[in-house]
Write a protein of this length. Structure first.
Lengths: 140, 159, 406, 201
């Protein structure tokens, strides 16, 4: 496991991107930062710009306008960047599959490392998803 | 407290020539069919003099013509007036309501973009919702809308 | 005067949806705002035409997270309007319980965010901690924190079993004192007064012209509330009052929302105690051709659903108008002439819910000097600090407290 | 400025006394409330393979494939975790006392590969003896025979499947002619062949 990946896992800085979501999953992501599920205990911090982020949290069903910005944003991210898809919409666009404005699912646009299903996923599901991701990256 | 019957009677006397049909759906709702030309004077009267609230305009593509319903709510007597306007399907054009009330600005941009109705006199009729790659003259809410994006994935996208 | 263009957003971490406002600014005052939209558009109206009447409720429920039960409420009322069927009494009570529970958690969410925009991070954490109680109540009743999947044309899908009610009532009683404390804190804090009184005023005439709805219009003195105007749900079974204040600035919008929450608790308690027993579904068999209009007082205003059916088993046309669609253009009236530091709190004052209006935006600027969205929030927080020093509540500088913004 | 500060200080002291509100989640496992809608799971002994859940699902998260596997005609019904919206419609529509597919309580469903994120169940199929087309799942036909009781004996497909299941009759009483004539009426036939043998032509 390279030095960058080891450093990456120490404490994950997270950038949250909503691409056409109904903001239930975005609120559950924000819920993780509030007192009840405080993820700052594990060093996970929400940062304001993609340049400092290790993990890109994507929610929403990638509609046409957001998809362009998503791909552009992913290119700007510093490279060992893990992408975590949260909620049914970012996994396979869930109920919006036949929608004319959501042509392609997320993993056709950017490589996704972890999927957290749920509509919306409970904050505990998000935390346990990220814990599984850390163990998987460490285990490799 | 102006009563419901007085409002309808007043509308009928004032716009006798334009109103083609009045249909009382329920005590709180009434449909009024009018030609496109009568829209602006009538909605100005309803909005400004009767103190109604502009609710929304909903465009519908019935296969034979394009229909737009303008909904106005008069709160204190809880009456919803829906003005129904029929436009021909090939070249739907109608006067814009932004001169009457500022709230109609956005909904007309949305109907222009999704149904292809042209609103004359609208200050800035640019795109509201759809992305820039969306081809012109393709209106998603039309009945004959077909998928134009060849790369679109319409199943789970796993296989 | 050199024009500076300030973009807020689009992907600012704290605002949970991507939204972008192009503020053209001269010196300190904002001259014009251009809201560009389209990021959350998922074509829900076309999608609802592919589904049956029953399935369409689940598409409608996912329009917006924080009013995820207002849209199905209005939609089911529209379908019942088509076939002139009334939901049974118990279903009406359950609908009111879910609607009021959601109003609570939506207002609490907004109060937390407004607190952060003003630099009160402790308010943000405290209010969202309080919000967890409401989410627990909703999970006990409907099975999910939000997206409750309770509504169905003609009634409700699931019943509330009576032995959950004592636990729920206990949680409700835990919320009331903290909420009262929060209201007193907002009312007494002079710094908050300085930051929000007289800021971003929406006059009564502007509210009428823009047809503003919900708390935004009630804060400017326009008494407009669907729960009082039309008879639906269980709102006419008990007495609660509609909160209307006069001067329409940000402070009034905060006050209206908090007092509305106290009313919601009153309605919730009444509904839980007087839940009538009986059927929970009117079993609609077929839906005749026709048009139906349904409205409901969502946390942000009146949602309006127009459903047209041609006798088939799915809606032929389904028009959704969310309250923020009407409230969002009011920026033209409130933000003109305001200081940049107040810009973020004014934009947040109408509690914009972008996925309702299916809109959001980015636009490239023409090379003028740019503020980043986060800088604007920090400007607003430093403004609060300045007022704190002026009014004698000396506290350690903000940076030391919060190690920079969240 | 005195009074409000005191009230907040009191509130802070009270919060200190109550202790941290943060849940001990990763250490102590989290159990959701009993009414929580988690991952739907098929139930081997109740599901009859009638595909009611597939028709009702708003997100089309359930689909099926009818294939021949190891000489037996089999219907595999798949439920996709990455498209399901956990609304409970399938459980409400399930004809096998709402137990054929049931929403469980588990919420921790994170995974890494979408190709394996589904759950399936296999039901044996009954094929038409003349044209080989699919009539339906065997359990579904038996479920129908239970439901309509003695009316089963109005339809050869139903009562022959039932009797074969009980082992009372062997497979073919008469030889199958496959000529669309009336001789094949007393066989297990799909709807099209049934129509052809009774109405003819």
């Amino acid at each position: 496991m390279g030095i960058t990946t080891k450093a990456l896992l120490k404490s994950l800085w997270v950038f949250h991107l909503s691409t056409g979501s109904c903001n239930n999953c975005d609120i559950e992501v924000l819920d993780c930062l509030t007192p009840r599920f405080d993820v700052e205990r594990f060093g996970i911090k929400l940062v304001g710009s993609i340049r400092h982020a290790d993990v890109l949290l994507v929610t929403g069903s990638c509609n046409r306008k957001s998809a362009e910005r998503l791909v552009k944003l992913y290119k700007e991210a510093p490279q060992p960047c893990l992408v975590v898809a949260i909620g049914e919409c970012s996994l396979s666009r869930g109920i919006f599959i036949p929608s004319y404005n959501c042509p392609r699912p997320l993993d056709k646009l950017v490589p996704v490392s972890a999927y957290i299903p749920g509509c919306p996923p409970k904050p505990e599901a998000i935390i346990s998803g990220i814990v599984k991701l850390i163990q998987k990256v460490k285990g490799k | 407290m102006i009563k419901r019957k007085e409002v309808l009677a007043d509308l009928q006397t004032r716009f006798k020539k334009e109103i083609t049909d009045i249909f009382d759906k329920s005590p709180h709702r009434v449909y009024i069919d009018i030609p496109p030309s009568a829209l602006v004077p009538m909605s100005r009267y309803i909005f400004q003099d009767l103190g109604a609230r502009f609710n929304i305009a909903s465009g519908v593509d019935t296969r034979s013509h394009i229909e737009i319903l303008y909904h106005f709510t008069i709160e204190d007597i809880n009456l919803l007036i829906s003005l129904r306007v029929r436009l021909n399907r090939q070249k739907p054009v109608i006067a814009s309501l932004t001169t009457v009330c500022e709230a109609a600005n956005w909904i007309e941009r949305e109907i222009h973009e999704l149904l292809g109705v042209d609103f004359t006199g609208h200050p800035d009729l640019r795109r509201l919702l759809l992305s820039d790659q969306w081809p012109d003259k393709v209106y998603p809410l039309r009945r004959d809308y077909k998928e134009w994006d060849k790369g679109a994935v319409r199943d789970r996208g796993v296989k | 005067m050199k024009k500076t263009v300030i973009p807020i957003g689009p992907y600012h971490p704290l605002q949970e949806e991507p939204e972008f406002f192009m503020l053209t600014v001269e010196g300190e005052t904002v001259v014009d705002v251009d809201v560009q939209v389209g990021y959350n558009h998922r074509g829900i109206e076309k999608l609802s035409e592919l589904k049956t009447f029953d399935q369409s409720t689940f598409v409608i429920e996912r329009i917006c997270g924080i009013c995820s039960t207002s849209h199905p409420f209005a939609y089911t009322r529209a379908v019942e309007d088509i076939c002139d069927i009334e939901a049974p009494m118990r279903a009406k009570y359950i609908r009111t319980i879910i609607a009021e529970g959601e109003r609570m958690h939506s207002h609490l969410l907004w109060l937390g965010l407004a607190g952060h925009f003003l630099g009160y991070n402790t308010v943000y954490m405290w209010v969202w901690k309080l919000r967890e109680e409401i989410l627990d109540i909703m999970e006990i009743i409907s099975g999910n924190r939000n997206n409750y999947a309770m509504f169905k044309p003609g009634g409700v899908r699931r019943d509330i079993n009576p032995d959950d009610i004592p636990l729920v009532m206990k949680k409700l009683d835990k919320i009331l004192p903290t909420l009262k404390m929060l209201y007193k804190a907002v009312r007494d804090d002079p710094v908050l007064h300085a930051r929000t009184k007289g800021v971003g005023v929406l006059s009564r005439e502007a509210a009428l012209d823009f047809s503003a709805l919900g708390p935004t219009s009630r804060a400017s003195g326009v008494a407009r509330d669907v729960r009082k105007d039309t008879v639906y749900g269980a709102y006419h079974e008990m007495d609660w009052e509609m909160i209307v204040t006069k001067n329409g600035d940000v402070y009034d919008k905060v006050a209206v929302r908090i007092l509305e929450m106290l009313e919601s608790i009153k309605i919730l308690k009444y509904c839980f105690l007087h839940l009538p027993d009986g059927e929970i579904d009117a079993h609609i068999k077929n839906i005749p051709p026709g048009e139906g209009i349904g409205t409901h007082e969502a946390p942000r205003g009146e949602t309006f659903h127009y459903v047209r059916s041609d006798g088939g088993n799915g809606p032929v046309r389904h028009k959704v108008r969310a309250p923020t669609f009407m409230n969002l253009p009011t920026y033209k009236a409130t933000i003109k002439g305001a200081k940049i530091a107040d810009a973020s709190i004014i934009l947040a004052a109408i509690d914009p819910c972008y996925c309702c209006t299916e809109r959001m935006a980015v636009s490239d600027t023409k090379g003028e000097r740019l503020f980043d969205g986060r800088e604007l929030i920090r400007l607003s927080q430093q403004e609060t600090l300045k007022w704190k020093q002026k009014l004698g509540a000396v506290e350690p500088p903000l940076e030391k407290l919060t190690r920079g913004t969240l | 400025m005195r009074l409000p500060k005191i009230r907040e200080l009191l509130e802070a002291v009270k919060a200190l006394a109550v202790g941290p509100y943060t849940s001990k989640f990763p250490k102590k496992p989290h159990t959701p409330y009993p009414s929580f809608r988690g991952q739907p799971k098929f139930n081997e002994d109740y599901c009859v393979g009638c595909l009611a859940c597939e028709q009702v699902c708003p997100a089309q998260a359930i689909d099926h494939t009818d294939t021949v596997k190891g000489g037996r005609a089999v219907r595999t019904i798949n439920h996709y975790t990455d498209t399901c919206i956990f609304c409970g419609e399938c459980e409400a529509a399930c004809i096998a006392e709402h137990k054929g597919i049931k929403l469980s309580r588990d919420w921790d469903l994170a995974f890494f590969d979408r190709k394996k994120s589904y759950e399936s169940i296999e039901r044996e199929l009954v094929l038409c003896e003349v044209c080989g087309g699919v009539i339906g799942a065997k359990k579904h036909i038996l479920w129908i025979t239970n439901k309509i009781g003695e009316l089963t004996f109005s339809n050869p497909t139903l009562y022959q499947t039932r009797l074969r299941e009980l082992g009372l009759i062997d497979n073919n009483l008469l030889e199958i002619k496959k000529d669309g004539g009336r001789d094949d009426r007393l066989k297990i036939l799909c709807a099209r062949c049934r129509r052809q043998t009774t109405v003819g032509g």
